[in-house]
Design a protein around this ligand. Structure first.
Ligand code: THU
Length: 132
């Protein structure tokens, strides 16, 4: 879907690095994500859990938030990685937020075996909420 192997490798490395900082004492499920802007800048995020479980933030949303907070508005791809049998797939909440701010983004799902599955956000969230 237009993401070069070189960029994919950079995203993977950044997501793996972010995953190392995962704050997941409750689930012990570490997730890392890295998002790249139209101009090639990479922002990363990890999952951060709370003792009040519902406040937990996913890695994908933290990566997206980090980029949005820096003023970025156009994104080309996000890679998410976790230690899963099959490439890890973003939750529904993350899909909606990605759709809201990056409706054309390519989502690369991955795991520690470096298996990858690539899909456009529009194919992952068929009936998104739209305020209009
Ligand atoms: N998690 C993510 O970070 N991304 C996902 O797409 C799914 C789930 C996190 C939330 C929680 O910290 C842990 O994984 C277990 O659900």
């Amino acid at each position: 879907m237009g993401i070069s192997k070189e960029i994919e490798g950079k995203l993977y490395d950044a997501a793996i690095r972010a995953r190392m900082n995962s704050c997941s004492p409750y689930s012990e499920f570490k997730v890392g994500a890295a998002i790249i802007t139209q101009y090639g800048k990479i922002y990363s995020g990890c999952n951060i859990e709370s003792s009040s479980f519902g406040l937990t933030m996913c890695a994908e949303r933290n990566a997206l938030s980090a980029a949005l907070c820096e003023g970025e508005r156009v994104f080309s791809a996000i890679l998410v990685v976790a230690d899963t049998e099959k490439p890890v797939s973003p939750c529904g909440a993350c899909r909606q937020l990605l759709y809201d701010y990056a409706p054309d983004i390519t989502v690369i799902m991955s795991n520690l075996k470096k298996e990858k599955l690539e899909m456009n956000i529009k194919d992952m969230l068929k009936y998104p909420f739209r305020p209009e």
